[in-house]
Design a protein around this ligand. Sequence first.
Ligand code: ISL
Ligand code: CA
Length: 563
Amino acid sequence: QARRDWFRSAVVYQVYPRSFADSNGDGIGDIPGIIGKLDYLKRLGVDVVWLSPVYRSPHDDNGYDISDYQDIDPVFGSLADLNELIAGLHQRGMKLIMDLVVNHTSDEHPWFAESRASKDSPKRDWYWWRPARPGCQPGVPGAEPNNWGSFFSGPAWQYDEATGEYFLHLFSKKQPDLNWENAEVRAAVYSMMNWWLDRGVDGFRMDVINFISKDPSLPDGPVRGGGLYGDGAASFISGPRIHEYLHEMHEQVFSGRDGALLTVGEMPGVTVEDAALFTDPERAEVDMVFQFEHVGLDHDGSKWKPKRLRLTDLKASLGRWQDGLAERGWNSLYWGNHDQPRVVSRFGDDGAYRETSAKMLAGILHLHRGTPYIYQGEELGMTNMAFASIAEHRDIEVLNHYREATETLNEAPAVVLAAIAPLNRDNARTPVQWVAGPDGGFTTGTPWIAVNPNAAEINAEEQAGQDDSVLNFYRRLIALRHGMPIVAQGDFTMLLPDDESVYAFTRTYEGTELLVLGNFTPREQTVDIGDPLWAGAERILGNYPDAHGLDLRAWEFTALIRS
Ligand code: ISL
Ligand code: CA
């Protein structure tokens, strides 16, 4: 096994710093807060921490709008704190990967200030500036250079009076898109990345990195289902020069370095065929990608139109990714992150079977072939939050959508609130629940977003002391990956593709076989995989105290092994 492939047996833990742990009582999580939890992470057993952005930012999108890539925002601490975090992780044998957000900057980044200053600014071409649509009066609605909508509602273009032109922003109007066609932009990004790696950082999670290459003609996109705007995706998802850019980045930043680094590209809309190219080691682009198919199955196009997940769809999707990256490339595995709802509420049962179903979901995910990612609090079985009103929300995506739906489209507020409840991003952004006490021990001040009132029942302190807790189940899963080559390396075969209730697959490695079963329902399931001999195999992990052969109790998970 190539040394490059150390990450096959690694588990990554995502810290969303704003909601992790607050050290100074201002209600916002910070780097000293993370440092205070390093022993917790070590006990859990994770190998790598992915830290969501802590750079200087106006926080229009909670740090995904960066105004200085080479400094820490004072709300999170200082560069000295970050050094201490890196040292603390390295001392404990863990790595740190930083978030790399270079599809866009903040509009308060000096690069953008310079770019916007005049049409002949040397940095004008660093962003996407375009005049109004021909024949239209600049600045009036409908005069935008094309019909694209932004991911955060409204048009993807903002008019700038100073020069009478528009700039492109796929996300908020405070997140102007960088123009990667410009070689100076690319050089500036690579130099910043090298600066971080030289400081001891072990790699990057690359935000919407498959959006950086755009078709420079920026054509109108299709308007679907009575929508207000066109969809520009075809012009920027895995655009014309994306492989060239990622290979160039690899050459300029990673190729000359030894040491076990990690790169993971966040790639909404990426296909499995493209992912095989992005993650083929021979092509030298990235180690793995985050794909989005499996988190798109429980809504119709828009996340604000939720629908029930069909288990057969989930298996078909994840199974195709397992097959598609079996020979070349590598999968990342995740149920959640700071943009997704809590998985136990989404695909499990966050009521009576919360603990059982949280463990089942964890077991199923972690025993796939790929590198698993744990989003903070997932290891506790944290749940979605029941926000009582729009005033309790903080996320720009859901706030902008609510305003557009109620004001522009005249939808009833109660209807909109109900529609946003299952999948909005604030579900995952309530603070980590450390203890049963006030605000879950997250802060001594007023938390920036409410702590889930279920902190009294769901918290790390209590679970650390209970052998059968969700937390301890995650520890066992991580230990299995570390200890068993079949988990890290084994081949994957999906079973029972047509079963709406049971998730089943095998892993095989050098004459050993692992059978993994998960019941996605509260009803008992009889499992027939056409091989009765499995019934007597040894159980290596389960979410019920006793083994029970192949038949599954409510939300049961079982992993059996034989040679
Ligand atoms: O939720 C989405 C759109 O409805 C996703 O497409 C999401 O915006 C996408 O996954 C990109 O996410 C990343 O970039 C965004 C940032 O807001 C997210 O937090 C980040 O993970 C812009 O930087
Ligand atoms: Ca703080």
